[in-house]
Design a protein around this ligand. Structure first.
Ligand SMILES: Cc1cc2nc3c(=O)[nH]c(=O)nc-3n(C[C@H](O)[C@H](O)[C@H](O)COP(=O)(O)O)c2cc1C
Length: 394
C-alpha cells in the first residue's frame, strides 16, 4: 500500500507515545520507509532502542548532531513525503503554532513544507483549554491535518476526550494523504501547459513567461488520481502519461480539439498567445535602419471554443492570470468564455504564479462561488484544485 513512501514520524512527551510503536510497525508492514524524530521528553515514555528496531533507522534526537554539512532539521525534511506527529503534546502543539524551534522536532516542523498530520493526546482539561483549542484551529487553517483525539478512559484515571486516536485511524489518515482517492480513475483528462511561441521569423518569436509548472503539476496529480492524462505542452516533459509537444497557439488548438472530443475534462493551464504574426518570415529578418512593423492577427480562443462545443457531461476549466482586480476579472471571464470553472492567480505578486514554484489561487464556479487555495507549492495546489473541482463533479 505505501511502497516507496517516506514517512517521518515525530513523537512527543505524551503518555500514548508507546502506541506509536504499533503505528511504525503498520507503516513498515505496508512497505513505507520510516524515519523517527523525537523530542527529548518523548524518551521518558518510549525508548530509543525500541524505535530504532521498529523503524530500522537511527533515531533523530539531537538538533546539533550535524551530518554531511546539512543541519539535521533540514536533512530530515528532504526525501520525506509526510510528517506525522503522534502523539502531539499540548506543549509541542503550542510551539508549532508559534513557530518555536527549540528542539529537533519543532525545528523540523518549522522547516517542513509538505503534508503534516498531527494526532493530539492529552488529559481532557488540557484538551479543552482555550489555548490548546485555539492553537489547533490555527494549525488546521494552515493546512495541518488533525486526527482528533477520542473519548474514553484516560491514563490519568478519568473518562473524557483526549485519548490518542486508534492507530488504524491515524494510519488511514496518513494513507489517504499519501494515496489520494482515485477520483479521476478511468477518465480522460486533457491538460495544456506552458506559454505558446508565435514565430516572427526563422529565429525569433513572441512568447510569455509561463514556465508550464502549474500545468505539469496538474497533469502529474491527475495521473496520481487515476486519470488517463494527455498533456499538451510547449515545454518538454518526460512522463509516464502521454505528452503532445506543440509550440504555437494554432498547434495547441488543433491538438486540444482532437483530444477533447472523447475526454471527460479539459484544463487550460497554458498561457496562450492572443495574437500571432500575420506574415511570418521564413528567413531571418535583417536590420535595415528602419523601424519594423509586425502585423498581428487574433489566435483562436481555445477555452471559449471548447466551452462552446462541450457536451453536458464534459467539464472545462480555464485559468486566468491578472495583475489587478483579480476576482472581478475572473468572474467576468467565466461568463464570457462559458467554461465551468476558472482558476485565478495574481501575477502582480512576485512570489507566486508564472515561473515561481508556488502558487495561490481562487477557484470560481459558474454560480460565482469562490474557493481560496492559500499559497503553497504548485504540486500541492494542483492536488487541491483537482480535488475541489472533480470531488464536487462526482
Ligand atoms: C506521566 C506524564 C504523562 C504526560 N502525558 C501527557 C499527554 O498525554 N499529553 C500532553 O500534552 N502532555 C503530557 N504530559 C506533559 C508533557 O510531558 C510535558 O508538557 C512536556 O513538556 C512535553 O514535552 P514535548 O512537547 O517537548 O515532548 C505528561 C507528563 C507526564 C509526567
Amino acid at each position: 500500500m505505501l511502497t516507496g513512501k517516506n514517512i517521518l514520524v515525530g513523537i512527543t512527551g505524551a503518555i500514548a507515545a508507546y502506541k506509536v510503536c504499533e503505528l511504525i510497525r503498520l507503516f513498515k508492514k505496508n512497505n513505507a520507509n520510516v524515519k523517527v524524530v523525537v523530542t527529548p521528553n518523548a524518551l521518558n515514555f518510549v525508548t530509543k532502542t525500541t524505535l530504532e528496531s521498529l523503524s530500522q533507522n537511527p533515531i533523530n534526537i539531537e538538533q546539533f548532531d550535524i551530518k554531511e554539512y546539512k543541519p539535521e532539521h533540514i536533512a530530515l525534511t528532504d526525501e520525506t513525503d509526510i510528517f506525522v506527529i503522534a502523539p502531539a503534546s499540548a506543549n509541542t502543539i503550542a510551539k508549532m503554532t508559534f513557530g518555536i524551534c527549540d528542539n529537533l522536532l519543532t525545528s523540523t516542523f518549522c522547516a517542513y513544507k509538505k503534508q503534516v498530520v498531527i494526532a493530539p493526546c492529552m488529559n481532557t482539561n488540557m484538551w479543552e483549554n482555550p489555548a490548546v483549542q485555539e492553537n489547533i484551529e490555527i494549525l488546521k487553517k494552515r493546512g495541518i491535518k488533525v486526527v482528533e483525539p477520542e473519548t474514553g478512559f484516560l491514563a490519568c484515571g478519568i473518562n473524557g476526550k483526549g485519548r490518542l486516536a486508534e492507530v488504524e485511524t491515524i494510519y488511514n489518515k496518513v494513507k489517504d494523504c499519501l494515496v489520494p482517492e482515485q477520483i479521476l480513475k478511468g477518465k480522460k483528462v486533457v491538460i495544456t501547459a506552458g506559454g505558446t511561441k508565435e514565430n516572427i521569423d526563422a529565429v525569433r518569436y513572441i512568447g510569455n513567461y509561463s514556465s508550464g509548472k502549474m500545468g505539469i503539476a496538474l497533469a502529474d496529480n491527475a495521473y496520481k488520481l487515476g486519470a488517463e492524462v494527455i498533456l499538451i505542452s510547449t515545454v518538454d516533459a518526460d512522463k509516464k502519461y502521454k505528452v503532445i509537444n506543440v509550440q504555437t497557439a494554432q498547434e495547441m488548438y488543433e491538438a486540444v480539439k482532437q483530444e477533447f472530443e472523447n475526454a471527460y475534462t479539459l484544463i487550460m493551464a497554458a498561457a496562450v498567445s492572443d495574437y500571432r504574426v500575420k506574415n511570418k518570415s521564413e528567413q531571418k529578418i535583417k536590420k535595415d535602419g528602419n523601424s519594423l512593423i509586425i502585423e498581428l492577427i487574433e489566435n483562436p480562443d481555445i477555452l471559449q471554443e471548447m466551452s462552446k462545443i462541450k457536451r453536458d457531461n464534459q467539464v472545462v476549466v480555464g485559468f486566468c492570470a491578472e495583475s489587478q482586480n483579480l476576482l472581478e476579472f475572473a468572474k467576468q471571464k467565466i461568463a464570457k468564455k462559458g467554461c465551468d470553472f476558472i482558476c485565478a492567480n495574481d501575477i502582480s505578486k512576485k512570489d507566486i504564479g508564472f515561473s515561481s514554484n508556488d502558487n495561490e489561487l481562487y477557484i470560481i464556479n459558474k454560480e460565482l462561488d469562490v474557493y481560496h487555495i492559500e499559497k503553497t507549492d504548485k504540486q500541492s495546489a494542483a492536488l487541491k484544485i483537482l480535488e475541489n473541482i472533480y470531488g464536487k463533479c462526482k
